[in-house]
Design a protein around this ligand. Structure first.
Ligand SMILES: [Fe+2]
Ligand SMILES: [Fe+2]
Length: 315
């Protein structure tokens, strides 16, 4: 399928299947009420923090408390990231010429992300924990990152994937784990996973299509930036900020182990990026120097052979 056709298919899919934060979630259904003593807030094993010895040995009520905080905070980080994304999509679309195939899809994506930020914020509000979300540096740079979308759109969409791939990966792992999750959070994740599949598809398409058309020196710089962007944004999303660590009372030694010294954590970190490693290869955004960076940043590994290939097969 040609690039234009793929974008049209994605746009049509957005028209056919889309969600409204306040139509498609029965917020006031009593089954969706957030009870801060509910055992379903205990972190699943699929969350790297939830799988630690430290967490498992906390008394149940602390596990619930930390679990609710952690899930609200991850949701807050996700929505902050999406706010940056929406602003970037507008800058991106602003610079597109008439007749550009990207305009329509980028705008569908922004519409969907607006609904995501609404549903995420509503969840945070109902969770009743005053979480700050992303680390300070990300929040400070938040207003400036969207400017990249106009000047270096390929770099911007690499950044989009750096946020969307880890969130998607973690949400799918939780949904597939078979653990009992709170139905409100379950519904939110289900909606999110459904729409993110398209967003991730678009970012892959865009980078794969546009990167080979850049000048050589631009490709060289982007190849180096690629793993750095991936690792920085994945950390901003997955690793609890200093404030979050303090609020949850996670000992420093546990933080160091989990992010990312333990072999299981390292494996997970590498698995997150199998699809983007494939993209980097396909888009011609890999060179000898950049391979060293992927390795130094501990996100090297075999690329997937196709998108969403199960990680056990890709590792
Ligand atoms: Fe989203
Ligand atoms: Fe998205």
């Amino acid at each position: 399928m040609s690039y234009h056709d793929t974008l049209r298919t994605l746009s049509e899919a957005s028209v056919e299947q889309h969600f409204d934060a306040f139509v498609d979630i029965a917020w006031d259904d009593p089954a969706y009420a957030v009870d801060p003593r509910d055992e379903r807030w205990v972190l699943p094993q699929a969350d790297v923090l939830g799988s630690t010895e430290w967490y498992r040995s906390l008394p149940l009520e602390r596990q619930i408390e930390v679990g609710l905080y952690r899930q609200a905070n991850v949701t807050k980080v996700g929505l902050q990231f999406e706010q940056v994304l929406i602003a970037g999509l507008m800058n991106f679309a602003f610079a597109l010429p008439n007749g550009s195939p990207e305009f329509r899809y980028a705008t569908h994506e922004a519409t969907e992300e607006c609904h995501h930020t609404q549903m995420f914020q509503e969840f945070v509000n109902r969770a009743g924990v005053d979480v700050a979300g992303a680390p300070r540096l990300f929040r400070a740079l938040g207003p400036f990152l969207p400017l990249a979308a106009r000047r270096v759109p390929v770099g911007f969409f690499i950044g989009v994937l750096a946020g969307e791939e880890p969130i998607d990966h973690v949400q799918k792992a939780i949904l597939r784990s078979g653990n009992e999750i709170h139905p409100l959070l379950g519904r939110i994740m289900q909606i999110h996973v459904a729409e993110e599949a398209r967003h991730i598809g678009f970012a892959h398409q865009y980078v794969e299509h546009r990167a080979p058309r850049l000048r050589r020196h631009q490709r060289f710089v982007l190849a180096l930036a690629f793993p750095v962007i991936m690792r920085w944004l994945a950390d901003a999303i997955l690793v609890p900020s200093r404030q979050a660590r303090r609020d949850m009372g996670i000992p420093r030694s546990v933080v160091r182990e989990v992010y990312w010294r333990r072999p299981e954590s390292r494996q997970m970190l590498r698995d997150l990026f199998a699809d983007v490693r494939m993209l980097a290869e396909r888009a011609g955004l890999v060179n000898r120097a950049s391979r060293v960076l992927w390795k130094l940043l501990k996100i090297e590994g075999r690329p997937s052979r196709f998108r969403s290939q199960p990680s056990s097969a890709a590792a």
